[in-house]
Design a protein around this ligand. Structure first.
Ligand code: SAM
Length: 275
C-alpha cells in the first residue's frame, strides 16, 4: 500500500499555534519535506521532533515531486510543510498534491493557521463570498490589469503583499477602484505587533505615507459597492454566464438588475435584440 501525503499547517507567527495532531504526525512520519529546512528545523527542535528533513521549494518543486512520489509509492508516509501556514497557499504544494492524486496516493491535511483566513474573520468584512488572489504581479501595469478584472466581483477580495510594495499596491487600488474603497490591512497576525488597520484606501495611503508599515500583511478589499461597478458593455455575455450557473433567464436578468442597480427592462431589451 502507498504511503499518505500529509499537508501539515505550521504556525504563522506564534509557535503555540501548532496543533497536537500536527506534532504527532511530524513525529510519526519517516520524512518531512520542507520549503526551508533551516526554518523548519527551528520548529522541530522546539517540539523535540527528530524526523529527517528534505527540501521542497518553488525552484525544485517539479523534480522533487517525482522523488517524493517514489518515496510514497514505497509505502512510506510523507509530511509536507512550508515556512508558515498551510502548504499550497502561496507556498509550494500544488504540484505534488496533483501528482499524488493522479497516482492514486492518499492526500490528507492537518489543518491549522493560514494568514488570509485568520485575518478575514477579524477584518469585519463579509466572510463570504470571498476571492483570494494570493500575491498579485510586481509590475504596476500587470497588477492594475488583475484589479480591473476583479472590479465587478461582489466578494471580499484578499491579497498577500510585501510591506515594501504596499504603497504601490494601494495606489493601484485607488486608480482602479476609487478613493472610497474600504480596505483592511491585517499585519503581523498572531505576533507581538499584530495590528488591524481599517479605512478608505485614500485614508490608508495617507497614513502609510507618514508611517510606513513593516512586517507581514494581508490586504482585504471590501466588495465593490454599486457606484464602483462598471456597467457591462454587453448584457448578453453576463446573462449567458448566469445561465451557465443554472439560473433561468428571468432569474438571471433579475440578479443582474439587482447587482447593477438598473431596470430589468434595460437588460431584457438588450437580450431580446440578440434573439
Ligand atoms: N502559506 C502561508 C499561509 O497559509 O498563509 C502563506 C505564505 S506566503 C509565502 C507569505 C505571505 O503570507 C506574507 O507575505 C503575508 O502576506 C502573509 N502572511 C504570512 N504570515 C502572516 C502573518 N503572521 N500576518 C499577516 N500576514 C501573513
Amino acid at each position: 500500500m502507498d504511503g499518505t501525503l500529509f499537508l501539515c499547517a505550521t504556525p504563522i507567527g506564534n509557535l503555540r499555534d501548532i496543533s497536537i495532531r500536527a506534532v504527532e504526525i511530524l513525529k510519526a512520519v519517516p520524512l518531512i519535506a520542507a520549503e526551508d529546512t533551516r526554518q523548519t528545523l527551528k520548529l522541530l527542535n522546539h517540539f523535540e521532533i527528530k524526523t529527517k528533513l528534505t527540501s521542497y521549494h518553488q525552484h525544485n518543486e517539479k523534480s522533487k515531486s517525482v522523488e517524493l512520489i517514489e518515496h510514497l509509492k514505497l509505502g512510506k508516509d510523507l509530511a509536507l510543510v512550508s515556512d508558515a501556514g498551510l502548504p499550497g497557499i502561496s507556498d509550494p504544494g500544488e504540484v505534488i498534491v496533483k501528482e499524488a492524486i493522479k497516482q492514486g496516493i492518499k492526500v490528507d491535511v492537518i489543518p491549522g493557521p493560514t494568514a488570509f483566513v485568520s485575518g478575514l474573520v477579524i477584518s469585519g468584512l463579509p466572510t463570504s463570498p470571498i476571492y483570494f488572489g494570493g500575491f498579485l504581479p510586481n509590475s504596476s501595469k500587470a497588477r492594475q490589469e488583475e484589479l480591473k478584472k476583479l472590479k465587478n466581483l461582489i466578494a471580499t477580495q484578499i491579497f498577500y503583499e510585501s510591506p515594501h510594495r504596499l504603497d504601490k499596491f494601494l495606489a493601484d487600488v485607488l486608480d482602479v477602484r476609487g478613493n472610497t474603497t474600504e480596505v483592511v490591512i491585517a499585519r503581523e497576525l498572531t505576533k507581538l505587533h499584530q495590528e488591524l488597520l481599517r479605512g478608505s484606501v485614500g485614508e490608508l495611503i495617507e497614513r502609510i505615507s507618514k508611517t510606513p508599515l513593516k512586517g507581514e500583511m494581508v490586504i482585504y478589499l471590501a466588495p465593490p459597492v454599486l457606484e464602483e461597478l462598471d456597467k457591462p458593455a454587453d448584457w448578453n455575455i453576463e446573462v449567458d454566464a448566469l445561465l451557465g450557473t443554472g439560473l433561468d433567464r428571468k432569474q438571471a436578468i433579475k440578479a443582474l438588475a439587482d447587482k447593477y442597480g438598473v431596470q430589468k427592462r434595460e437588460i431584457y431589451n438588450a437580450v431580446m435584440k440578440n434573439e
